[in-house]
Design a protein around this ligand. Structure first.
Ligand code: CP3
Length: 354
């Protein structure tokens, strides 16, 4: 078993005692950091940055040099799988991700192959191996993927969407087509995440960014069922350690009992649920990650501190909480405010761990 200098994050996920609440930030490597923008400019476009193991490693480590974070997250994107399936991912400035060949028919879905993680996605595994080496055991490395439903929304809509009109039409008019796609994505995500574990990822997170646009029944049918398939297929122990998995459905606060029942180790919470309620409902089964509104980082450092205190008090004493933002940090955040947030978690949380 490889030694970790700081294993607070893994201990909290396993509900073992910690000295203070571990903290990391969703999208902690990103455009709010000037050093990220410089490395990104050096790489050219975003995907070239993801495909260059040394530069992907560099941007992964940048936030850790600035802040006392308790975990690193692989620098990559959830859309690497659909790209490897041949949909042609590209980024239009200011408009987010797009696909050259979105899916619309059963035949197109039937023709999709499950990508080989060490071949078409070998650049991701190279990044994982490089980052693990360069982390030198400081903190654990989180690997990740999108959920099948969330990946399918981009693959069918052809990019980001506000209404999800095309994927919902497929769900209700051509359910067989969508289920075939979700099933192939569940298999792809499982082999992709397992390859990340073998390459060195010490914890896993599944981002279900768009599960929250579904009704409760449809969430179970089109999103949760396929995350369950992934949880069932994951390597849960490697190199003498448990490999915890966190499921994050944005806007999924009403379904946390069902998410906990998948057998995941932790649930990611956005900011629309009170963490005290979440703990009461599922806190004996899973750890909880979250749940500060990322927009709070625009507030004064004093206001950020008081929000951190409120969330810490909501969770209360003991282990099982990983502090995080309820969604990704945005490019317009002042890096000093991010630092005030992280320091506040460290300082204010000690009294809850005596
Ligand atoms: O530091 C980290 O957290 C690791 C890297 C990471 C990125 N994307 C880098 C990235 C992670 C974990 C993701 C996940 C991701 N990607 C999600 C799930 C989480 C969420 O936000 O809900 C989703 C939905 C995507 C898809 C995606 N990729 C979008 C919508 C965009 C555009 C975002 C924007 O703000 O323009 C991307 C591009 C992207 N992925 C960037 C980064 C740093 C910005 C690229 C750039 O211009 O440099």
């Amino acid at each position: 078993m490889s030694e970790l200098k700081n294993d607070r994050y893994l201990r909290a996920l396993a509900k073992q005692p910690v000295d203070q609440t571990p903290v990391w930030m969703m999208r902690q490597a990103g455009r709010y950091l000037p050093e990220y923008r410089a490395t990104r400019a050096q790489a050219g476009d975003f995907m070239s940055l993801c495909k260059n193991a040394e530069l992907a490693c560099e941007v992964t480590l940048q936030p850790l040099r600035r802040y006392p974070l308790d975990a690193a997250i692989l620098f990559s994107d959830i859309l690497t799988i659909p790209d490897a399936m041949g949909l042609g991912l590209y980024f239009e400035t200011g408009e987010g991700p797009k696909f050259e060949r979105p899916l619309s028919s059963y035949q197109e879905v039937a023709n999709l192959a499950i990508p080989d993680p060490e071949d078409e996605l070998g650049y991701v595994m190279n990044a994982v191996r490089t980052i693990r080496r360069e982390l030198k055991g400081e903190v654990p490395l989180i690997g990740f993927s999108g959920s099948p439903w969330t990946l399918a929304t981009y693959m069918v809509e052809g990019g980001s969407s506000k209404t999800f009109g095309k994927i919902k039409k497929m769900a209700f008019a051509e359910p067989k087509t969508l289920h075939l796609l979700l099933d192939k994505l569940a298999d792809s995500v499982t082999s992709y995440l397992n390859a990340q574990v073998k390459a060195g990822a010490q914890s896993l997170m599944v981002f279900d960014s768009w599960g929250g646009v579904l009704s409760p029944r449809d969430y179970e049918e089109f999103s949760l069922r396929y995350m369950q398939k992934i949880v069932d297929g994951l390597i849960r122990e490697h190199d003498g350690r448990k490999v915890p998995v966190t499921l994050f459905t944005k806007n999924g606060g009403q379904w946390i009992e069902k998410i906990a029942a998948t057998g995941c180790d932790a649930i990611g919470l956005d900011w629309t649920i009170d963490i005290a309620d979440a703990k009461r409902r599922v806190g004996d089964q899973v750890a909880l990650q979250g749940n500060m509104d990322p927009s709070m980082l625009h507030a004064s450092p004093e206001r950020i501190r008081s929000e951190v205190e409120t969330i810490l008090a909501g969770f209360g004493e003991g282990t099982g909480h990983i502090f995080n933002l309820g969604h990704g940090i945005t490019p317009d955040v002042n890096p000093e405010h991010a630092g005030a947030f992280i320091n506040a978690v460290g300082e204010l949380s000690r009294k809850y761990h005596k």
